[in-house]
Ligand binder design. Structure first.
Ligand code: CA
Ligand code: CA
Ligand code: CA
Length: 1002
């Protein structure tokens, strides 16, 4: 994808992106460095790089076999040289200008980077060379004399004052060469602040601050800055500059124009080359960048993504230096696996013993883990305009004129193509509409917003449905209300459900600002042209005081802007106003009551005010209770972090969000890159739990209409173009076998890859008028040409989806059963799914490597039990007395085994221990319940009592570890809250934990 093109024509992007943040820069993961030299750091005795600075590596076995540094740079340790390894050497000595020679040799096969101490002796980490940990404090407005740091190393504790040098404040803590754990607490006078734990062997200098969590490991990062050191072999830096922007994971605060890139901080060329500095939005995880001169990019034509934590916000790179996947190759090695630092939670609260529920109260309170009405469904997400044209009479809405009037141009990716509700329904039980989806095994259809639109804005049309003006009627391109009713009735007649994509954050772009000021800021007067004065329906949307009127969002990471700014010019509705809440509740409840809609997908849910959904959703449930008592909804929160997604589900009042964290991790898993991401996603599942929902109701997916298709995601993650097939099938196996509601994006089932996100990911399934789409490569099939995807019934992905649906229907535990993590290693993840009704256990294992994994020893809860294969290669294994089975999983395959005997009876529950910890500095408590040596897949109900009130269910967890979050903000300050855990065994026995009292301080 060409970011440059996009950024040169910003107006087009604005109009093309219906509902997304600026498209995700699809950069490959930073990969291992394929070939390397050794970076040797030298302490800087004189304060400047010596004029004759040079590092020499000498083969210990042959003094004549030497190599010298080819490149010199300067960093916070002193200066450094980049040196080739002397050919064939197996041990080398290191020599640096102005330092004594040492006889200590290092192994070049295992060394990427080393530090010389002032005596010239090499060490593999900076703290061993310096024997110091430098703790820097980033703070403002507090007298330095008030601040101190209490440091614990082993059994020794000592307090240090901060010294200052200019604006820098730091403490130097002596460490030994083997110290790997340093714990410290920063004090303000006598008040203890945050506590940190660091390993000085991976981070000899750390920065902590009042304004950010955790520790940061460079001056750049601590000051929310990316520093780029750039070296050109030709020495010609004229015209080279950095382009940077921001996406959902962070980036720069600058608005950089492609024609005016960021220039070096100084035109002077230093030892390394030139240096660029770019301010970052706070807490950026990554920043997308391109080094370029005009349209010439370096080191490759890809958008590059810099991981801030891994690089410490400071990178050194050389022109043309790339990894095999064309990602930027950093000269200073970047560790991608081991985060250098960890942050401790506050220690467990002392268990102030409270009074636990009685056994009879516990019998009443013990509950089941919640499954929504759609938790067992799987959803086909379709863009109606691109599926099938059932009625050519509506293509131009029955009017004549150019595409700027009708919105119709099937040869352009930016306009309507003719697909409609009639095409999607087709013959219902015949044809290529609902029947085709039913045949593939889908149980639900999510359609893009079908409402009347602002049909053309700029040079793009509203074929996608996200520019609504009339929320009460159907876009005539798609059909009529009668067509809509026929579609919904057909879907219901097939025992399937309809999910309606809805928007409340904004309307189409109708308002304008007469002042001409479109920058985000204070509210200003909006206006509409006279013929648009009553354009919108319901009527509350014509009252311009029901909009925020604050200009366009510029900084997506600024919450105020993201919630109250106009979304790429789309008019941002004042969702905090009671009239708006009631208006949107009424209009969407009408669609449920009039047509029987089963669920909502809430567009741009991240951009409405914090309180809106928590008020709107209960009101919708109230209005639809008679017609659809089990209505469901999931929100679009475009964020890849489980922290933000789980926070949203816990605190914004809707039962589910699209699981972007799962999506990102599933791509990494399926492409063979790592199993860590998906392991971490499942490990965070408990943080979704409330008394209304949990992770089982998350909407999982692999690609979409904004970011791009799954095939493209795999390709960008490094899956080989000619072998995407196996990776893709593994991705579907993962999505269909693990928790959540699978969503398949239309066209992915026939292997469409596409070339980008947004418009490049919205192909026609009928014979396309877009010539570029005819020749696009596909997974598992040849390009479609002038043919129709709809007539294909045997694409391997279609067949796999159908097979997975059959599997889930025959074994409902794979849809709804408790998911218990069992194994993560050797490229294999494994988890159990529990059939609680029949007390039977399933074991699912998936291998993302290119080779079969054998001899995998995995725990189950079913000892001495035969497990038979129900999916994947045949194997029947019997667990040992501890419940372990030994299995194998083929390359890029999944296996599902089912226990042939019931779980052991547990007629009593052993002693339950409840502990409660509190997160650093915030009112988030984490109760956790454990039972020693307890294998039974029991269900744990956390209960609370506020003051002298009655016991209430806080949430239910059916998979160990049993834990969840209690949010202090939901209770009054100073409230005494008693927490207890009730465990119900798989065979129905009940036990009660100790109780813990906390005092709320929200
Ligand atoms: Ca049509
Ligand atoms: Ca908003
Ligand atoms: Ca759990």
């Amino acid at each position: 994808m060409s970011i440059s093109k996009r950024f040169r024509t910003p107006k087009i992007i604005v109009l093309a992106l219906a509902l997304v943040l600026p498209a995700i820069a699809i950069a490959p993961q930073a990969s291992a460095q394929e070939s390397y030299q050794i970076v040797v750091h030298v302490p800087n005795v004189a304060g400047v790089v010596p004029a004759d600075a040079r590092v020499t590596l000498i083969d210990a076995a042959n003094g004549n076999n030497q190599s010298q540094s080819r490149l010199i740079g300067q960093d916070s340790y002193g200066w450094f040289g980049v040196v080739n390894i002397p050919a064939g050497s197996s041990a080398v000595r290191v020599k640096a200008t102005k330092l004594a020679n040492s006889t200590v040799a290092i192994n070049p096969a295992t060394t990427r980077e080393l530090w010389l101490n002032s005596m010239g002796v090499p060490f593999l980490n900076e703290s061993s060379a310096s024997l110091k940990l430098r703790i820097a404090l980033v703070t403002k407005g507090v007298a330095l004399s008030n601040r101190s740091v209490k440091v614990t190393i082993g059994k020794s504790t000592k307090t240090y004052k901060f010294s200052s040098s200019g604006s820098k404040r730091f403490a130097l803590v002596p460490v030994s060469g083997t110290t790997s754990v340093v714990k410290f607490t920063v004090f303000n006078k006598t008040k203890a602040g945050k506590t940190y734990t660091v390993n000085p062997r991976t981070a000899a200098k750390v920065w902590v601050g009042d304004s950010f969590a955790g520790v940061r490991t460079s001056e750049s990062w601590a000051n929310d800055k990316l520093t780029v050191h750039y070296h050109r072999a030709d020495g010609d830096y004229q015209g080279w500059g950095l382009h940077a922007w921001k996406d959902a994971n962070g980036g720069t605060t600058l608005t950089v124009n492609w024609a005016s890139p960021v220039l070096p901080v100084s035109p002077n060329i230093g030892a390394w080359g030139v240096k660029y500095e770019i301010p970052l939005v706070a807490n950026s995880k990554t920043i997308p960048i391109i080094m370029h001169k005009g349209n010439l990019k370096d080191p490759s034509d890809l958008d590059q993504s810099v991981n801030i934590a891994a690089t410490k916000g400071e990178i050194w790179f050389e022109s043309g230096s790339v990894n095999t996947d064309k990602s930027l190759r950093f000269t200073i090695p970047v560790p991608m696996d081991n985060p250098p630092v960890v942050v401790d939670p506050e220690p467990p609260l002392p268990p102030v013993p409270g009074v636990a529920p009685t056994l009879s109260q516990a019998q009443e309170l013990a509950s089941s883990s919640i499954r929504s009405a759609m938790a067992g469904d799987n959803i086909y997400f379709v863009m109606t305009d691109r599926y099938q044209n059932g009625n050519t009479a509506n293509d131009r809405m029955g009017i004549t004129g150019s595409r700027d009037v009708t919105g119709f141009d099937p040869a352009s990716t930016a306009y309507y193509h003719g697909g409609d509700l009639a095409g999607l329904t087709d013959g219902c039980t015949t044809g290529n509409g609902v029947k085709r989806l039913k045949d593939m095994g889908f149980t639900s259809v999510w359609i893009t917003p079908p409402f009347k639109q602002r049909y053309v804005q700029g040079s793009s049309a509203s074929y996608h449905g996200y520019w609504i003006t009339d929320f009460t009627d159907i876009d005539p391109h798609l059909g009529t209300k009668a067509d809509f009713k026929a579609f919904v009735d057909c879907v219901h007649s097939q025992d399937m459900k309809v999910v309606l994509d809805i928007v409340m954050n904004h309307t189409g772009d109708v308002n304008y600002y007469p002042s001409g000021n479109y920058s985000f800021g204070a509210p200003r007067n909006p206006a509409v042209s006279p013929n648009n004065a009553n354009l919108r329906k319901p009527a509350f949307l014509n009252d311009l005081s029901n909009y925020h009127n604050r200009g366009d969002v510029q900084n997506w990471n600024n919450k105020e802007q993201a919630q109250f700014g106009d979304f790429f010019g789309l008019d941002d509705v004042a969702t905090e106003k009671p009239e708006v809440i009631e208006g949107f509740a009424q209009v969407y409840a009408d669609w449920v009551n009039d047509y029987g809609i089963d669920g909502f997908r809430i567009d741009t849910a991240k951009h409405v005010d914090d309180a809106f959904l928590g008020k709107w959703w209960p009101r919708v449930l109230e209005l639809t209770a008679a017609k659809k008592p089990d209505l469901f909804a999931f929100g679009e929160v475009y964020d890849f972090g489980t922290g933000n997604l789980t926070d949203f589900v816990r605190n914004r009042g809707i039962p589910s969000v699209l699981d972007f964290a799962f999506q990102g991790a599933a791509v990494q898993f399926a492409s063979g890159n790592n199993i860590t991401d998906i392991t971490n996603v499942f490990a965070a599942d408990d943080w979704y739990t409330t008394n209304k929902t949990n992770a089982y109701n998350q909407a999982t997916f692999l690609g979409n209409h904004d970011m791009g298709r799954f095939g493209l995601m795999l390709k960008n993650a490094g899956s080989p173009q000619n072998d995407l097939w196996g990776d893709a099938l593994l991705g579907y196996d993962l999505m269909y076998m693990s928790r959540g509601i699978p969503n398949v994006y239309y066209g992915d089932e026939v292997g469409i890859i596409g070339t980008g996100g947004d418009k490049e990911a919205r192909q026609d399934l009928f014979p396309t008028g877009v010539s570029a789409w005819r020749s696009e490569p596909r997974i598992g099939a040849s390009a479609i040409g002038t043919g129709s995807y709809l007539s294909q019934r045997n694409h391997p992905i279609q067949e796999r989806i159908a097979a997975l649906n059959t599997l889930r229907n025959e074994h409902p535990a794979l849809k709804l059963g408790a998911q218990i993590q069992r194994y993560s290693g050797n490229n294999v993840i494994a988890f159990s799914r529990i059939d609680s009704a029949n007390r039977m256990e399933y074991l699912v294992a998936l291998n993302n490597s290119q080779t079969t994994r054998t001899g995998l020893r995995i725990k189950t809860s079913s000892p001495n039990t035969l497990f038979s294969q129900v999916w994947g290669q045949t194997q029947n294994v019997t667990s040992d007395s501890q419940g372990f089975v030994t299995i194998s999983v083929g390359d890029r395959q999944a296996v599902v085994l089912k226990a042939q005997g019931a779980l052991p009876e547990k007629s009593s529950v052993d002693q339950i221990t409840l502990t409660v910890t509190k997160d650093q500095g915030v009112a988030i408590w984490k109760p956790k319940a454990t039972i020693a040596n307890w294998d039974d897949p029991s269900t744990c109900t956390f209960v609370i009592k506020v003051g002298q009130g009655s016991w209430q269910v806080l949430g239910v967890d059916d998979a160990p570890d049993w834990k969840m979050i209690l949010t202090g903000a939901n209770y009054t300050a100073g409230a005494k809250i008693t927490i207890a855990a009730i465990v119900k065994s798989s065979s129905g026995a009940i036990g009660v934990s100790n109780a813990v009292d906390i005092t709320n301080s929200p």
